[in-house]
Ligand binder design. Sequence first.
Ligand SMILES: *Cc1c(COP(=O)(O)O)cnc(C)c1O
Length: 398
Amino acid sequence: MSTKLIHHPYRPPAGFDAVLPAVHKASTVIFKDTAALKTQQWQDKSGYTYGLHGTPTTFTLEARLATLEGGLHTLLAPSGLAALGLVNMALLQAGDEVLLPDNCYGPNKDFVKVELAQWGITHKVYDPLDAAALSGLITAKTKLLWLEAAGSVTLEFPDLIGLLQVARQHDGLVTALDNTWGAGLAFDAFDLGLPLKGDSRGVDITVHALTKYPSGGGDVLMGSITTRDTKLDQTLKLTHMRLGFGVGGNDAEGVLRGLPSMKLRYAAHDASARLVAHWLTQRSELAQVLHPALPGSPGHAHWAQVCTSAAGLVSVVFDGQRYNVAQVDAFVDALKLFKIGYSWGGPLSLVMPYSLRGMRQFGRFAGAQQGVLVRLAVGLEDPQDLIADLGQALSKLA
Ligand SMILES: *Cc1c(COP(=O)(O)O)cnc(C)c1O
């Protein structure tokens, strides 16, 4: 993948063969004459019509992301959340139903619960670890199944193959995966190695918060939607055009700069996070360490079925009987290298506390569970420094 992303086809202006593609910025694109105006199609990327519909810079980025994800068509959106919203809006109509995993990215759940509900679109939440239960939730109204591997915050790895096998028994049900955690590197979402049904061997659509590992800098907001299905791509593209989801050339460049080093960075985040996770399992202060590659972490067997690598996220659970919220907050405040902040994917390690109460409908965190979960996003610092930092902050709990 690194070689493919570094040697990706790009035609520079004559006589200027720089390493990085140029940054093109435009709202207006000039047409040579009315004949050119009338024949230019914005849908097929054969040319340019208006900055909102693509520039050489955004088309180059889209092509590279399609390569990364193993898809054919990619669209860019102004954030990962905007990309999730676009899929919802393009594929659902009044009377339809959408299924969400219990551990999906929270703001996607909010969008479905609030915005889509106002448009007469209903939803159900399913247990990502129970593929058998999924079939009981699918009706003729169900048009979209969201998947996320691993899930947000609690990091359960879903039974991807089992869930997709159930979904494939229902014609007209589109499967969309939030692929931000896997980043196109941990597993191949469009080809999970097992025949599911017909010629499909994976999901129909992937969404990627490029804000995370593709940008890698903590300084860009962007999302993408990728598919192998040309008809689906046309549907998504029409909604994309109507919504006006353009992205800026400089932001696209930020992601283009990040892509060639992404596989190396992902491997480094992975290796450090596993060291940190393993060290944390030996700490008596913690009730549980959540990381899909740890045996005993929810969905570990499903992770092992399709992945060998993992993103740099580790969550830890503090027992509510032993530590109150103020004590856990003091632990978080005592961390020096892990900074308190949302998002992840850059060089800087980050930390975020979450209350377990009401967080989940299924699994071990369901209901009015006491306690606090702290999510660590392991950055690119020396892992031994990170471990020392965690050690000194844990000692503050006593
Ligand atoms: C961060 C994130 C998003 C949203 O990305 P933004 O660019 O911040 O909107 C979506 N899904 C997952 C899994 C994420 O981690």
